[in-house]
Design a protein around this ligand. Structure first.
Ligand code: FES
Ligand code: MG
Length: 600
């Protein structure tokens, strides 16, 4: 690789990797080849050879990804910010990942988008990138890729939709679907009303307005230091969103000039900050999977057990599904900075962590006012004490997570009120082989499901589904729902929607289809869940389990696409981020390997 300064740019432009394409005087034939095609839509040679940082805009929005669709418009403001700061912006598409539209599950595509973005960031003349995030998996896919390549990168969230309302009440996206399911199941609404409720929860452009995976992951990105302060929660249609897009464009140029790469930001300390923030907002149970994946691609040593460090963090944010409000309220109340400030003042954040604007987290939070206490509580007057994640293991799996902020009073009273052992309960397992089996049999009277039961679903992990589906939050049978029993304890090797408030044991790893012990469970077995001891066990002897293990034949459905086949061969388990194991050794490739060899 030749790093040269031919006098065109200032000294701070010497290291721009884009110049290896566009201004390498030692290989004029290659330079000509690279330049001519980028001139053909009106860029000039002077611009491309002026030593301006070239900023990619990784565009995740499209007609197929409505949650991020407005990023196509926001990108225009990003470009203006880049240009005003002295850079040149080049927008390019990222493989679409729409949480609600992609079958069998959007989670299958997180690693595909990741792989594609790595190739683009590494293989094209880019010096830095703005990552347009929003819908659930778009955020981790972008961050994983930026961490792998280690180009200066700034996250721009698209922001939540405006608040939804239905018949005068707040209707949160996702959350309203779970509610409508209950009402439909109980015979209280018909098909038309079901559709109306769903539509009412999505009143504008933007991602989910609940504290689901999208908003949680963007708060997490801000807590990591990868977006500008205050970016995460600005609703998509607000003017501040477009203003943030402009500033993010400017910041991306500064990040290139100042050498602020993801490897300087995504550190162990930053990940610990992200865990505290996720816990305090009552964040999605998908966050452990995604942060652990980001950390692995950044080369940060973070395990699922580290999520326990946030268990004693109080729930500060009164947003659905753990509380009442929605994204607009959260934003007006102060958003992520107000939450981070509470945590910082409580001594729970590493304030010296660097953020993407070159300032530390503590510096960014210096003059942030207290949040509106209706929505963002003070640390010592929380909605709930100790509201973070529990990590449970047992004789059927090595790890699973439980979001304790989802445990409500009714659940506590029913399952966690045994005076002798208030943290433990037992139940009869009802085992489903997947969502189709669940839907076919949940109302089967022969199962005799009652409040003593624990609903279990398997074959829903990364290998089994494939991709790991959001199906563990299973609604009880209709006859129980009509009696007011709207949730039973659930357990599974899949995930659940971040918009669901169901207190489930999720992400059991290893999954049944990868040889995990959930494959051995049978309907009628007794399970014991002990939150105090962080255990979830089937009450069977080791001999019985060994006999079942010998007889077990894990079944994996046929691959339906080439990507499914490749994914299944390489994917790891949810507990370690469900990364492509073939990819995790590739880190900081732009720094380690310079630029790729010439194309011709
Ligand atoms: Fe895209 Fe919720 S479905 S953010
Ligand atoms: Mg989802």
């Amino acid at each position: 690789m030749n790093q040269r300064d031919d006098g065109n740019g200032g000294s701070d432009n010497k290291g721009l990797r884009s110049r290896e394409w566009w201004d390498n005087r030692e290989t004029p034939d290659m330079t000509a080849l690279y330049l001519e095609r980028y001139l053909n839509y009106g860029l000039t040679r002077e611009e491309l050879q002026s030593g301006r940082p070239i900023i990619g805009i990784a565009q995740t929005g499209s007609d197929l990804t409505p949650c991020n669709r407005h990023h196509r418009r926001l990108a225009e403001r990003v470009k203006e910010g880049v240009r005003d700061a002295g850079g040149v912006a080049l927008e390019f598409p990222v493989h679409p990942i729409q949480e609600t539209g992609k079958r069998p599950t959007a989670a299958l595509d997180r690693n595909l988008a990741y792989l594609g973005l790595v190739e683009v960031l590494y293989g094209y003349p880019l010096d830095g990138v703005v990552l347009t995030t929003g819908c659930d998996k778009t955020t981790p896919a972008c961050l994983m890729a930026a961490a792998t390549v280690d180009l200066p990168a700034v996250v721009l969230s698209g922001g939540p939709m405006l608040n939804g309302t239905y018949k005068g009440k707040l209707a949160g996206s996702g959350a309203v679907i779970w509610k409508a399911r209950e009402l439909y199941s109980a015979g209280l609404i018909d098909y038309e009303e079901f559709m109306d409720m769903a539509a009412a929860s999505a009143p504008s452009e933007g991602h989910c307005n609940t504290m689901g995976t999208a908003l949680s992951m963007n708060v997490l990105a801000e807590a990591l230091g990868m977006s500008l302060p205050g970016s995460a929660s600005i609703p998509a249609p607000y003017r501040e969103r477009a203003q943030m897009a402009y500033r993010t464009g400017q910041a991306s140029v500064a990040a290139v000039r100042n050498g602020i790469r993801p490897s300087r930001i995504i550190t162990r300390e930053a990940c610990e900050n992200a865990i505290v923030a996720t816990s305090a907002i009552g964040g999605s149970s998908n966050c452990p999977v995604h942060l652990n994946a980001i950390a692995r691609h950044a080369g940060v040593d973070l395990s699922i057990d580290d999520w326990e460090s946030g268990h004693d963090v109080p729930l500060l944010v009164d947003c659905q599904p753990a509380g009442r409000f929605l994204g607009e309220d959260f934003h007006r109340a102060g958003g992520a900075p107000a939450v981070l400030k509470e945590a910082l003042n409580a001594g729970r954040l590493h304030g010296a962590a660097l953020t993407v604007n070159g300032r530390t987290l503590a510096e960014n939070l210096g003059d942030i006012p207290d949040g509106d206490r209706r929505v963002i509580r003070a640390w010592n007057e929380p909605m709930q004490e100790r509201a973070g994640f529990l990590v449970l293991r047992g004789n059927l799996f090595e790890s699973s997570v439980l979001k304790t902020s989802a445990i409500d009073g009714a659940f506590r009273a029913r399952y966690l009120s045994n005076a002798a052992d208030p943290d433990a309960f037992e139940g009869r397992a009802i085992v489903f082989e997947g969502p189709e089996d669940y839907h076919a049999r949940i109302n089967d009277p022969a199962l005799a499901i009652d409040e003593d039961c624990i609903l279990v679903i398997r074959n829903c992990g990364p290998v089994g589904y494939p991709g790991s589906a959001e199906v563990v939050n299973m609604l009880p049978p209709d006859y129980l729902v009509r009696r007011g029993v709207t949730s039973l304890p659930c357990l599974g090797d899949g995930r659940q929607s971040g918009t669901s408030g169901s207190p489930s044991l999720l992400n059991a790893s290893p999954e049944a289809a990868a040889g995990g012990g959930l494959a051995l469970l049978r309907t009628g077995d007794r399970l014991r869940i002990d939150l105090g001891r962080r255990r979830a066990d089937v009450l069977l002897s080791e001999t019985e389990l060994e006999d079942r293990r010998t007889a077990a034949k894990p079944e994996v459905p046929a691959d339906q696409t080439p990507w499914q086949a490749i994914y299944r061969r390489s994917v790891g388990q949810l507990g370690s981020g469900a990364c492509l194991e073939d990819a995790v050794d590739f880190m900081r490739i732009a720094q380690r390997f310079g630029v790729p060899r010439h194309s011709h």
